[in-house]
Design a protein around this ligand. Sequence first.
Ligand SMILES: [Zn+2]
Length: 213
Amino acid sequence: MSGTFTVGAQDVLLVVDVQNDFCPGGALAVPDGDQVVPVINALAGKFAHVVLTQDWHPAGHHSFTTSHPGTKPFDTVEVSYGPQIMWPDHCVQGTRGAAFRDDLLTDRAELVLRKGYHREIDSYSAFYENDRKTHTGLAGYLRERGFKRVFATGLAFDFCVRYSAEDAHREGFESIVIEDACRSIDLNGSVADTQALFKKLGIRCIKASEIGA
Ligand SMILES: [Zn+2]
């Protein structure tokens, strides 16, 4: 099936964290993460509006194992806002790992939203940091620009895409995930949890081929 969704002036393509560190060879590689790039590049040609997010941590960020001696990657630690997964150091501001993939077409992006820059709070979502209270400003930006539908893509499906899509819905946008423009980490059943959550909230998962030319 193709052309199910005709995209227009009130639709935005949200491209989550397509950065070197989340792709093979990076510090926190998502399996086959690089394979989202051609899919997203083709989609970006169909949308009038494209927003990119960029995970952008200061050195010593509290989501890093190196900030919690004795922990190892993927452990969970209790921090001020609740449980936080420990990640290998990644996407440190200004490093090559934090840069977008060289093959990602970024010229048409109208906004690059950086997140995760508060040392003590992680931010999976493009809308709220992990305390689930601190806004990134994206909801206000999208509302002021009159957008109604958010089509989420990128890395990783079961973390930053998941929370971004959930929060787009929470903020009153129609939230749609383009599943073949995402790849997953799949930690402790996180993919199944994400799919169940999307189903519960009515967030549709579609294929890139369902976006009309
Ligand atoms: Zn991060």
